[in-house]
Each structure stands twice: as structure tokens, then as C-alpha cells.
Write a protein that binds this ligand. Structure first.
Ligand code: PBG
Length: 323
């Protein structure tokens, strides 16, 4: 009979003991903060559904990045809100595009802050879809050159890592080929390998002004019902040359994260997306939950499931709490 010999509560008696036997630890270096850059000067426009997150002009963004660096946060991932959108997403791969200029400015001011860029077209197309529209649907192969050009323009501007989030087939290969052809052999690819068509992206689409003007993203993002398919998506991206992989969203997909951790020996990221953040913030503002506590609990859960790094809008408050 285990009891009374075995009393698991012994190891929960004090914080000192709990801390000693804790299996999962959080560090600010594991967090990546998503940031939204927009045109203008001295702009800091709060995103209504994401308290504490802003659309920022480049000058404001640079100051924010200095703060992020001081907090010891692992890095930032940039999303662009361009001046103009068009049918061919030209702002996504323009040499002087909003993200390209932001990268250069950040690298001038804080050269050792890790800068990741989101590679996608939805913020830059007039219709809000992630690629070129042909006959009412996103044309996969016609979209690949846009993505490759975006990735190269980001790498040339100084991005440390490029992260394609569009879910086109073959995009990792197309991006790797283009980067290598242009001499960017050292730029790693963090692939949003298992990205689901999720309602949790709602607030982000307000932040990035990237909601599709017709239809939805179900013909390219994954069906939330599918787990085996995620493993196949990840395997394909690794074959195509992805250096790191991501599962997105995080909390509702911890099974996918855990299975990916078990199967693939590469760095694994999870994206705690806008809706996950906003739900916690909203409930906390109502006084229905303890926001700080749930922030740390969810981040711990995502790490426990197997993520090495977490893209999260909580990066700053969580880093402050861990300091
Ligand atoms: C771009 C992109 C999206 C997110 C990250 N990259 C939006 C989408 O796919 O609709 C969502 C991030 C979030 O909700 O925080 N394709």
C-alpha cells in the first residue's frame, strides 16, 4: 500500500521545495513579442481589443524595442500595416516597405535585439487574403514568388529570422531557394507549419487591418479538427528546409504541440494568439479571473506541452513578473 509511506504533498510543503522540484521554468528569453508597425511619426495607437498593444510608427517602435531588450525578452516579430494595399501585395516585398524600413531602424538602434519577420501577404492585399486571387481562390503557386521576395527583402534589411505564416504549399522551399540564391544562406526559417483556421485570430485582424474582404482562410489554413495532418505539414516543411517549426494557436492545440515535441527534434515555437490574449484580458478586467496568474499558468502550460519559445502579447508583463 503506497499510503502512508508515500505522501506526494511532502514536496509541496514550501515554496523552496516546490521551486526545487519544478519541472517547467519560464524565462523572458523564451518569449517573442509581436509588434505592429504603421506609417507616420510619433504614432502609438492602442488596439481596442488588445489592451497594452499598439500600432506604432517606426520611431515609437524603436523606443519600444529598447524596452523589450532591457527586459531580456528573446526577440520581436514584426507585422506591417502599410500605407497602401493593392491586388499584388506590393508593400510586402518593397525595398522601402514599412517592415523593411522598421527592421533597418531597429537594427541601427538595438543591433543585438533578435528581429523575426512575419512573411505573409494578407496585410498588403486589398482583398485581405494571404496570396494572389485567381478565379475567386488564393492561387498557391502564383503566391510563392511574392513570399520569396518578401523573405529576401526582410533578410537584406537585416531580419535575423523569417517566419512564413501564409500556409501555401511549398513556400518554405521557395523561400529557402530564394534566400540562398541571394546570398542569405545564414537566415533561418521559422515556419508556421501547423497553423489552423482559427477564430482566435479575430483581434489580430483588427490590429493588422488584415481581415479577408470575402470568404475565409479555410482553403489554406488547417481544419481545427485535424491532428495527424499537422504532423504531415510539419514533416513537409522540415523536408523543404525549415529550421524551426511553429504550432498556432497554442492553448487549444496543446495536443498538437506535445505530439510535435515527441516526433520532431527541432526547435518548436507556439503562438499564443491575439484571441487567447484578449480573452484573458477581458475576463481579468471584469474581475472574473486573476489575469496575472492565468497569464503565467497559460505560458507554463504551453512550455510544459513542449514549446521551446512562445510568441506572446504577454511578453512584457510576464518578463517583468519574472525579473
Ligand atoms: C498572417 C497572420 C495572422 C496571424 C499571424 N500571422 C492572421 C491570420 O492568419 O489571419 C494571427 C496572429 C494572432 O492572432 O495573434 N497571416
Amino acid at each position: 500500500m503506497p499510503f502512508p509511506i508515500h505522501r506526494p504533498r511532502r514536496l509541496r510543503t514550501t515554496e523552496a521545495i516546490r521551486s526545487l522540484v519544478r519541472e517547467t521554468r519560464l524565462s523572458p528569453t523564451q518569449f517573442i513579442l509581436p509588434l505592429f508597425v504603421c506609417p507616420g511619426e510619433n504614432v502609438k495607437r492602442e488596439i481596442r481589443s488588445m489592451p497594452g498593444n499598439y500600432q506604432m510608427s517606426i520611431d515609437t517602435l524603436v523606443a519600444e524595442c529598447e524596452e523589450v531588450r532591457q527586459l531580456g525578452i528573446g526577440g520581436v516579430i514584426l507585422f506591417g500595416v502599410p500605407e497602401h494595399k493593392d491586388e499584388i501585395a506590393s508593400g510586402a516585398y518593397a525595398e522601402e516597405g514599412i517592415v523593411q524600413r522598421a527592421i533597418r531602424a531597429i537594427k541601427r538602434a538595438t543591433p543585438d535585439l533578435l528581429v523575426i519577420t512575419d512573411v505573409c501577404n494578407c496585410e498588403y492585399t486589398s482583398h485581405g487574403h494571404c496570396g494572389k486571387i485567381v478565379d475567386g481562390d488564393v492561387d498557391n503557386d502564383a503566391t510563392l514568388p511574392w513570399l520569396a521576395a518578401s523573405a529576401v527583402s526582410h533578410a537584406r534589411a537585416g531580419a535575423d529570422i523569417v517566419a512564413p505564416s501564409d500556409m501555401m504549399d511549398g513556400r518554405v522551399r521557395a523561400i529557402r531557394d530564394a534566400l540562398d540564391r541571394e546570398g542569405c544562406l545564414k537566415t533561418p526559417i521559422l515556419s508556421y507549419a501547423a497553423k489552423y483556421a482559427s477564430g482566435f485570430y479575430g483581434p489580430f485582424r483588427e490590429a493588422a487591418e488584415s481581415a479577408p474582404q470575402f470568404g475565409d482562410r479555410r482553403s489554406y489554413q488547417m481544419d481545427p479538427a485535424n491532428a495527424r495532418e499537422a504532423m504531415r505539414e510539419i514533416a513537409l516543411d522540415l523536408e523543404e528546409g525549415a529550421d524551426m517549426i511553429m504550432v498556432k494557436p497554442a492553448l487549444a492545440y496543446l495536443d498538437i504541440l506535445a505530439e510535435a515535441r515527441r516526433r520532431f527534434d527541432v526547435p518548436l515555437a507556439a503562438y499564443q494568439v491575439s484571441g487567447e490574449f484578449s480573452m484573458i484580458m477581458a475576463a481579468a478586467q471584469q474581475g472574473w479571473i486573476d489575469g496575472e496568474r492565468i497569464m503565467m499558468e497559460t505560458l507554463t502550460a504551453i512550455r510544459r506541452a513542449g514549446a521551446d519559445m512562445i510568441l506572446t502579447y504577454f511578453a512584457k508583463p510576464a518578463a517583468r513578473l519574472l525579473a
